[in-house]
Design a binder for this molecule. Structure first.
Ligand SMILES: *Cc1c(COP(=O)(O)O)cnc(C)c1O
Length: 387
């Protein structure tokens, strides 16, 4: 069956797993650096155009354990191809590098993941690549920043602290017309809540360390796109910069993917119970949760996404960072940490530099893990005595 005809559940659990090696229901790990051949004539190039047909050569370029996860992730993202990297930043930086050369100009939204912004501002500058950082709340400002030498637009919708959206269909159509590559960090959506390729976005990047891994035990990166783009990138950034994922984390990633849909449903249901409770508390100024009725960009949420997951923020009434810190430190079930997408609930307080509708404020970002909403609400309630 073609992946586009398969349900998400079938993709996650069964795509590519038709052949059971010695009856093993879980495919074994190909924990090997090298693949040898019968004849020197069949060794061929180490890079595989299609390893399923030509055979594998060397695991820095392709490995069957990674290949299985890549097929599932490409299908989830409605893309032809996918490559797995050792980290989300490995995938994002390779995607960016594949679309620039000396003299190029990059447009990047201001609410993108911090290290991504630093890569554009600090790192690319060393190679004569210029940039414009734009107000992400306004799609016009993103498109207006494009110059004749612009080769790449980097977006993240929704972003992961203030959940800023941009109009992906408009950006996709604008860039396709002008031959500008578009790259989205789609980590928030976990391949389930939106498929940016359907809106004309070219490169879809993820930190697989979050929902895909799902158990806070791997660092992983995912990059999806058309066959042409990914094959070209495989010969250049993938093979030459050498950021491939190792087989063991890829095997854990496959295990995470089998439960992705049910985990996401649980995260989302819990966050959808905790967020309205928070919005009703006297110590909360505003809850930034993308599916709440008063979310400022509700129109784009409804136009582009089919759900919301477990991550959201709130702005406490007090803006005294010491008091906010006391609240976060008083939490017992929520642990203090910056990541998200695992089994465990997390809280972190961050200054938001940029928020079109509110200026610079302190937010508390919450990730609802797999604990019950009741336990999480009770925890927030007991810690609120700090306010
Ligand atoms: C974690 C994260 C990244 C970076 O991924 P790593 O796997 O840590 O390299 C990129 N973007 C977003 C939105 C993230 O949350």
């Amino acid at each position: 069956m073609h992946p586009s005809d398969m349900s998400v559940e079938m993709i996650l659990s069964h795509l590519g797993e038709e052949e059971h090696l010695k009856g093993a229901v879980v495919p074994p790990i190909f924990q090997t650096s090298l693949f040898v051949r019968e004849s020197c004539r069949s060794v061929g190039p180490l890079t595989c155009d299609d390893p399923d047909i030509t055979g594998y050569g060397y695991s820095r370029v392709a490995n069957p354990t990674l290949r299985l996860a890549e097929k599932k992730l490409a299908a989830l993202e409605h893309c032809d191809e996918c490559k797995l990297f050792g980290s989300g930043m490995g995938a994002i930086s390779a995607g960016i590098l594949s679309a620039v050369e000396s003299g190029s100009h990059v447009v990047c939204v201001d609410t993108v993941y911090g290290p991504t912004k630093r890569f554009v501002i600090e790192y690319l500058a060393r190679f004569g690549v210029t940039h414009t950082i734009v107000d992400s709340s306004c799609t016009d400002s993103i498109l207006d920043a494009c110059k004749p030498e612009t080769t790449l637009i980097v977006v993240e919708s929704p972003s992961s602290i203030v959940f800023q959206f941009h109009d992906l269909r408009r950006i996709g159509a604008f860039c396709r017309e002008r031959g500008i590559t578009t790259l989205i960090d789609n980590t928030y959506a976990a391949g389930l809540l939106q498929q940016p390729a359907d809106y004309g976005i070219d490169l879809i990047a993820h930190s697989g360390s979050k929902y895909f891994g799902g158990h806070s035990d791997i660092i992983a990166g995912v990059l999806c796109g058309s066959r042409d783009r990914i094959k070209k990138l495989e010969r250049q950034e993938y093979e030459l910069v050498g950021g491939a994922m190792a087989p063991f984390p890829a095997w854990l990633l496959l295990r995470g993917l089998r439960t992705l849909k049910v985990r996401m449903r649980a995260h989302e249901e819990t966050a959808n119970a905790v967020a309205p409770w928070l919005a009703a508390q006297p110590w909360v100024d505003q809850v930034l949760h993308i599916s709440l009725p008063d979310f400022p960009q509700r129109d784009l949420f409804k136009a582009q996404m089919s759900g919301s997951g477990g991550l959201f923020s709130f702005i406490p009434k007090t803006q005294d960072p010491d008091v906010i810190c006391r609240f976060v430190d008083a939490l017992n079930v929520f642990q203090r940490g910056v990541s998200w997408g695992g089994f465990e609930s997390l809280a972190v307080t961050l200054p938001m530099e940029v928020m079109a509708w509110g200026g610079s404020k302190w937010v508390v970002r919450l990730f609802c893990g797999l604990e019950s909403a009741g336990d999480l609400i009770a925890d927030l309630n007991q810690a609120s005595s700090a306010f």
